[in-house]
Design a protein around this ligand. Structure first.
Ligand SMILES: NC(=O)c1ccc[n+]([C@@H]2O[C@H](COP(=O)([O-])OP(=O)(O)OC[C@H]3O[C@@H](n4cnc5c(N)ncnc54)[C@H](OP(=O)(O)O)[C@@H]3O)[C@@H](O)[C@H]2O)c1
Length: 329
């Protein structure tokens, strides 16, 4: 039995579906079990966890958004109930120790709590989600415009389904045990380019208007983001400017047929970087021993839905656009 927290969210919903498709038993938490629209067969339990939540659970997908300020209690309950493994939805922001980087601090603390439990762990250090562009939906619908700061900083938006695929692999195999892979999408796209791609997908011209960071912060707060999250997002771009993101165009995880397998790099990686990158991948994946609370070494995992970097890049562009279409039409 696997327990998925945040199961109705951007990432959790894909995990639940994948696990059910694999034929495994899934329990999911929600604050509103009665209205949680999850697939038939999911055992939906209240987010206020009790002993029954963890009964028979082997591994947990832990979404910080869902446990909020109860992480320590949650982990204690899980360990006491005999859960063996925690897969954390962490953030690549843990690698940026700037004091304004609230999400980095939050996820670093959580990683440390999890490591201290003595349970098996994987920290999936996700980069910026492709779904974040949904913040722009209202302005696009009403004015055909995206206003944001750092419009020309390249980032590599990560599709939540790819993140979910990595989570399923971490839950159901030992391949990512005690590792902290950084997960990015396969191609660099500036916010201005993303706005343009969304426009293409919904068949309309979308203007991108660069604003200064202070205005960008106010806009994000007006869109409903808590101030600290808005500040963390701005910091993400500043960090990406100082330390450019190296996207992971084709990666040794593929998700074909709902099964995640390791690709040795020989078929999906460009010949110039294949074996070397794969060795690097393995070296990088060795995270610190439990008890060492410092951030694990920086490394990247490359995710792909198709056998080939171009196909993967195209897929992500399409996926980003598909999200946009759903949110905005
Ligand atoms: N967005 C990014 O670019 C990014 C990048 C890296 C890491 N992350 C991390 O990913 C996590 C968010 O993942 P996500 O987008 O899948 O989550 P999400 O969709 O925002 O939320 C997941 C579920 O958690 C529950 N939830 C939300 N807020 C809650 C609260 N205050 N208290 C209790 N339950 C709450 C909701 O389920 P119910 O209503 O059913 O209870 C929601 O469907 C965050 O920890 C974030 O820091 C995000």
């Amino acid at each position: 039995m696997y327990l998925v927290t945040g199961a109705t969210g951007n990432v959790g919903a894909h995990i639940v579906t994948s696990l059910l498709t694999m034929g495994t038993a899934v329990r999911a938490t929600s604050r509103n079990p009665a209205t949680a629209a999850l697939p038939a067969g999911t055992d939906i339990v209240p987010a206020t966890t009790g002993a029954e939540t963890f009964a028979g659970v082997r591994a947990i997908f832990l979404n910080p958004a869902a446990v909020h300020d109860r992480a320590e209690e949650f982990l204690h309950q899980a360990a006491s109930a005999g859960v063996r493994r925690i897969v954390v939805l962490s953030s690549s922001s843990v690698l940026d120790d700037h004091p304004a980087n609230y999400t980095g601090i939050l996820h670093r603390d959580l990683e440390q709590h999890v490591a201290a439990t003595g349970l098996e762990w994987t920290f999936l250090r996700a980069g910026m989600f492709a779904a974040n562009t949904r913040q722009w939906a209202t302005a696009i619908r009403s004015e055909g415009v995206v206003r944001a700061a750092h419009g020309h900083v390249p980032i590599a938006p990560l599709h939540e389904r790819d993140l979910a695929a990595a989570a399923v692999r971490a839950l159901t195999s030992d391949d990512l045990l005690a590792t902290a892979p950084v997960l990015t999408g396969p191609e660099l796209r500036t916010p201005a380019e993303q706005a343009h791609l969304i426009g293409r997908a919904i068949g309309s011209d979308i203007r991108f208007e660069e604003v200064d960071p202070a205005t960008g912060r106010e806009l994000m707060i007006a869109q409903g983001l808590p101030p600290r999250i808005a500040e963390s997002l701005l910091r993400y771009y500043e960090h990406a400017l100082a330390e450019p993101i190296h996207p992971t165009p084709s990666l040794p995880i593929t998700t074909t047929r709902h099964r995640v397998v390791i690709d040795t790099g020989s078929t999906t990686t460009p010949p110039t970087s294949g074996p070397r990158r794969f060795r690097h991948f393995h070296r990088g994946l060795r995270a610190p021993p439990l008890g060492d609370v410092g951030p694990p070494p920086h490394h990247r995992v490359r995710l792909s839905r198709a056998a080939g970097s171009n196909a993967a890049a195209a897929a992500t562009t399409t996926m980003t656009a598909a999200i946009a279409t759903k949110a905005w039409l």
